[in-house]
Design a protein. Structure first.
Length: 222
């Protein structure tokens, strides 16, 4: 959604990865980029990426006026990164500490942190690792009953302890990469959740590169 506003960190690559992993399995996929003013299309999965404070505020207004909330209530899924994560919550603060309302899909509040979190990052999700990078000034607090996506292994994530959140069909992380290109297993988790079935394994160069990144992380930790 709104790649001109929320495309600063290359998160549009998540859409390419999801559709390519379906096509390589002989399934069909169609990706639509939604621009401001477009009729909001019906989709199985809506993707939100990262962006700077100004465009993020504009995206918040556009999303509030859109049918995204109704679509999610009807069973659509959302995968959101960084600014996208912040937009799904109750409110978010931008540079200068002005507070803006979010979409209120989940009980998450983003305040301004003391320093910008910039650098490589890794999150443990269940027994597995998600690798990527982060670049944000926001610190996100999850309200009661909202589960984080995982625990921070490297970097800051929401609050230096947890990264992202998962509320049924709504997924969010602070990690860019694009995160689904760097972590193909997570792309398949999202696809399996959307389709309601386990997908057959798919060997790709991306999977081999992911293993190499995890090996480097283990070497760093040792
Ligand atoms: N503008 C937000 C922040 O700095 C989100 C940045 C991003 O999407 N990487 O917290």
């Amino acid at each position: 959604m709104f790649p001109e506003l929320l495309g600063t960190y290359g998160d549009g690559g998540n859409a390419l990865v999801l559709s390519e992993r379906l096509v390589r399995r002989g399934r069909s996929a169609s990706v639509t980029a939604i621009a401001p003013g477009d009729v909001f299309p019906e989709a199985d999965l809506y993707l939100l990426g990262g962006g700077e404070d100004g465009p993020q505020r504009l995206a918040a207004d556009l999303l509030a006026a859109s049918s995204l909330r109704a679509r999610v209530a009807d069973g659509a899924s959302v995968f959101a990164v960084c600014a996208g994560l912040q937009l799904l919550g109750t409110s978010f603060a931008v540079e200068g500490d002005a507070v803006y309302p979010g979409l209120d899909l989940v009980p998450a509040t983003t305040v301004r942190g003391p320093a910008r979190a910039v650098g490589d990052a890794a999150t443990r999700v269940g027994g597995r690792i998600v690798v990527g990078f982060e670049n944000h000034g926001g610190v996100t607090h999850l309200g009661a009953g909202l589960a984080p996506l995982g625990e921070v292994v490297v970097g800051h994530g929401n609050d230096a302890a947890h990264d992202g959140f998962r509320a049924g069909r709504v997924w969010a992380t602070y990690l860019h990469g694009p995160v689904l290109a760097q972590n193909p297993w997570l792309a398949d988790e999202v696809l399996s959740s959307v389709l309601g079935e386990r997908l057959e394994p798919l060997a790709s160069v991306a999977d081999a590169l992911y293993e190499a990144r995890c090996a480097r992380l283990r070497a760093m930790e040792a």
